[in-house]
Write a protein that binds this ligand. Structure first.
Ligand code: FAD
Length: 235
């Protein structure tokens, strides 16, 4: 993907002691000891990872809801953010098209399928120019930005701050890293996962497409990474 059309994703906040916090939540459920003693008394990473994997695999998900992370995301289309905000356990603050007036040509994202074809790309760019002219004409005529924005396209670039807990992060990765997800949100979510894994490498096995966790593809047709339930004879 062209750098100009690539999302910009940064992890701007995450708790310290993530692994220890999740372990403490897991261990507390099965221990007579105070959680603070569990937290202060553990350092063995292998031991923590073993219990966490067992607890998560059994579906005991409250243990991973204690961790909240925040991403600063820009250079993504409104088509992409519209999909992201469908996730109901996330919190968002997005650049407003009501309060932020576009000055001159608005920024937009060109999908790779159009970007790689010179003739189609020229048409796309010319269409964005026309939209921009129309938008400016409305603004110059005193139309409020909240109404002028009605002509802005799905391609218009946006910025969003997105926060979510670890349970939702794993769910987001499982759904949106699947090749069935649209390319831009897939790219953006992959970048979110990479940012987090850079600092918390133990999360790598969890931040994967759903088929990797399930061991099969639950879509009608597989991309080839895993066999479907039908192909495996699972009902
Ligand atoms: C490949 C793909 C294609 C899609 N295509 C379309 C489409 O064509 N049209 C469309 O409208 N949407 C589409 N979506 C969006 C999809 O329907 C979901 O809205 C979106 O993926 C959020 O998923 P979620 O509800 O699992 O996640 P979240 O909202 O993040 O919720 C996480 C989980 O919490 C639970 N939960 C949350 N809210 C409720 C609730 N009210 N009741 C019960 N349980 C709840 C569920 O277990 C849910 O899985 C698509 C998504 C994908 C990945």
């Amino acid at each position: 993907m062209d750098e100009k059309n690539r999302p910009v994703v940064n992890l701007i906040s995450k708790p310290e002691n993530m692994l220890k916090t999740v372990y403490t939540a897991c261990r507390t459920c099965y221990s007579a000891d105070y959680p603070i003693n569990i937290f202060n008394g553990v350092d063995d990473e292998e031991k923590m990872l073993k219990l966490i994997e067992r607890v998560i695999s059994s579906g005991h998900y409250s243990t991973i809801e204690h961790i909240q992370v925040t991403f600063a995301i820009s250079n993504v289309s409104r088509a992409c953010t519209h999909q992201l905000v469908r996730h109901r356990h996330m919190s968002f603050s997005q650049k407003s098209q009501r309060y932020v007036k576009e000055k001159g040509q608005f920024d937009y994202i060109i999908p790779p399928t159009i970007d790689r074809d010179d003739s189609l790309k020229a048409k796309f760019v010319s269409f964005m120019d026309k939209i921009s002219e129309q938008y400016q004409e409305f603004i110059d005529a005193g139309i409020p930005a909240e109404d002028a924005r009605f002509v802005l396209p799905n391609a218009a670039a946006s910025s969003i701050v997105a926060s979510l807990n670890l349970r939702e992060m794993i769910h987001l990765a499982n759904l949106r890293l699947c090749t069935r997800a649209q390319y831009e949100i897939r790219t953006m979510v992959k970048m979110m996962c990479d940012e987090l894994v850079k600092q918390e490498s133990w999360l790598k096995p969890y931040l994967v497409p759903k088929c990797v966790r399930l061991g099969f593809c639950d879509e009608d047709k597989s991309c080839g990474r895993m066999k479907t339930k039908n192909e495996l004879g699972i009902s």
